[in-house]
Write a protein that binds this ligand. Sequence first.
Ligand SMILES: NC(=O)c1ccc[n+]([C@@H]2O[C@H](COP(=O)([O-])OP(=O)(O)OC[C@H]3O[C@@H](n4cnc5c(N)ncnc54)[C@H](OP(=O)(O)O)[C@@H]3O)[C@@H](O)[C@H]2O)c1
Length: 255
Amino acid sequence: MRIAVAGSTGAVGSYVVQLAALAGHEVVQISRKLGVDARTGEGLLDALDGVDIIIDTTNTTTTSRVKATAFFMEVTQKLQSAGNAQRASRLVTLSILGVDLIPGFGYYEAKLAHEAAAKAGPLPATIVRAAQFFEFPSQILSRGSLGPFAFVPSMRMQPVSARAVAQALVDEATSGGDTESTLELAGPNVEELTSLARVIVRSRQRRTVVVPFRIPGQAGKALRGGSLLASSTTRIVGPTFQEWFQGDGAAGSRN
Ligand SMILES: NC(=O)c1ccc[n+]([C@@H]2O[C@H](COP(=O)([O-])OP(=O)(O)OC[C@H]3O[C@@H](n4cnc5c(N)ncnc54)[C@H](OP(=O)(O)O)[C@@H]3O)[C@@H](O)[C@H]2O)c1
């Protein structure tokens, strides 16, 4: 199959590229660094020439509801229309586990808009909702640091290997599965984000101080209260954070 990966240079997208190629598929990479902009559409129609399936793992770092919604809507509409023009058969869109259970949190509201835009067609779309990746604490540390302080939100989650999520995305994309259902993925253990951030800071041997902060309102309550955790319909995949960290994970997280 010819598979396009939008967001192919990202934390999960780079694994999707690797694993799809390993399974013998032809992979087309979509990222601005590689000259294709899925938001403006620059280079997109050419990139999607002859593509069977599109896997969307794009992301924006803004937490503003308005800005993040505009990003995901524009990217999805461009992928949908260019993919349809090039006769792709399906779109697989990556979202977040529990995204519908965190009221009033801008980025998550944008992800719900992302899902809706994918489902609006014309291509049939499958939504895969994953828990936070093992790389998530590092992403938060790099985005939320001020001098020696790193401000990390208190939240309970069931972190998952980005590689295992990528494998599920490739399997889902190539299985011709049911586009009406939503696949949910999480890792084996429940963890507190601030604790994982401290594990990473210690391994970097820096003097960074992790400062936990409580996101206010209903959203913060839901994040701390376990709304992001797996339910009975969630598939548990991959190793634990500790297993990953003792293996390949530590090297990447120290950067
Ligand atoms: N991180 C997590 O813990 C987590 C957990 C569950 C679900 N998710 C979801 O998974 C998705 C990927 O997250 P991630 O952490 O892997 O993202 P990431 O590491 O921030 O990577 C984002 C990717 O999107 C690309 N991108 C951004 N703007 C683009 C544009 N206009 N056109 C084409 N490509 C563009 C980036 O490449 P360029 O900058 O080169 O364009 C990069 O390859 C997101 O939708 C996120 O909501 C993330």
